[in-house]
Design a protein around this ligand. Structure first.
Ligand code: NAD
Length: 297
């Protein structure tokens, strides 16, 4: 463990780290794997997509030769165990686990088949919990470990059509907090990243469903900042949480939504836009005379 910030190499934040990233073949997982490798980590990726996985493995090895792919369906516990066994065998000990794989099946509650809940529980809850349970002991000897769970802003905000998905992601949000406490004695930290609805495959799905124009207008309603977040926005947060830069951050989360959780409700927003001029005047520091005229001594 680096105890002194002067010892940190900001160009190689994960030098010598051995990490496992689930769903590392594409999307946020791939972005995170490549960024971690650039920062000196050996990266194991676990993914069910063999073709994309082999492509990512080749790209990783050019940067970090010890990196490798395990092909597995992480919605099945026996496969999760196989991944844990293989990665521990190859790496010996681990410094970081990124639980990134997720299954998103949207729908209104009364219309969704209950089987959708089972599928999402397998991939979003049982898989990450089992993998964490198997990987944690391989972190103990390093006295330095980080768990990063890629979840969803729906853990904090309600939205129609995502209740089952939100329930499964919320389970790991709560899980992370208790793990953060339970294994802090080994200097193992557990934190979450909550990407917003327009990032990665979730955003692509939204655009596909509602069209680019309507999607853009919706995104503008959801968040104060303009535009879409990128997979690299999420990977950068994962780098921070996996590295010593976040050594005093534990049981917490980073929300990557362009400020969606700070968003005012619609009525306020309309008023704010209509009275923007007044607002600017209101926000300008008033003169002493104006303050006195207002009764301030
Ligand atoms: N607003 C939101 O809720 C939101 C937004 C963006 C991302 N996310 C979350 O971030 C994570 C990554 O998102 P993404 O857009 O990069 O995902 P993605 O759909 O692009 O998939 C990433 C990878 O996971 C692999 N994968 C999927 N299911 C698997 C399984 N059962 N076993 C093994 N591999 C599997 C895929 O093959 C793929 O390579 C997910 O957990 C997702 O839910 C949430």
């Amino acid at each position: 463990m680096v105890l002194n910030y002067e010892e940190i190499n900001y160009e190689r934040l994960l030098e010598g780290y051995r990490v496992l990233i689930t769903g590392g073949a594409s999307g946020i997982g791939k972005e995170t794997a490549l960024l971690f490798a650039k920062h000196g980590a050996s990266v194991a990726i676990a993914d069910r997509d063999q073709a994309a996985g082999l492509q990512t493995e080749a790209e990783l090895r050019e940067i970090s030769p010890e990196s490798f792919l395990v092909v597995a369906d992480l919605g099945r516990l026996e496969e999760v165990d196989r991944v844990a066994d293989l990665v521990i065998e190859r790496f010996g000990s681990l410094h970081s686990l990124v639980n990134n794989v997720g299954l998103f099946e949207p729908g209104f509650l009364i219309e969704q088949p209950i089987e959708a809940l089972g599928r999402m529980l397998d991939v979003n809850v049982s898989g990450p919990i089992r993998l964490t349970q198997r990987i944690l002991p391989a972190m103990f000897e390093n006295r330095n470990g980080t768990l990063v769970h890629i979840l969803s802003d729906y853990c904090l905000r309600g939205a129609p059509g995502v209740s089952l998905f939100a329930a499964t992601k919320g389970a790991i949000y709560s899980f992370s907090r208790s793990i953060a406490y339970e294994y802090s004695r080994y200097n193992i930290r557990s934190n979450c990243i909550l990407p917003g609805m327009n990032i990665g495959s979730h955003g692509d799905l939204y655009i596909e469903r509602y069209g680019a124009e309507e999607a853009e207008a919706d995104f503008a309603q959801f968040q104060p900042l303009a535009g879409r977040g990128s997979t690299l926005d999420v990977a950068n947060a994962a780098l921070f949480l996996a590295s010593e830069l976040s050594r005093f951050v534990n049981g917490d989360q980073i929300d990557i939504t362009g400020g969606a959780c700070a968003k005012a409700h619609k009525q306020y927003q309309r008023r704010e836009e209509a009275n923007w001029r007044n607002h600017v005047t209101f926000l300008t520091v008033p003169s002493t005379e104006a303050l006195r005229a207002g009764g301030l001594k």
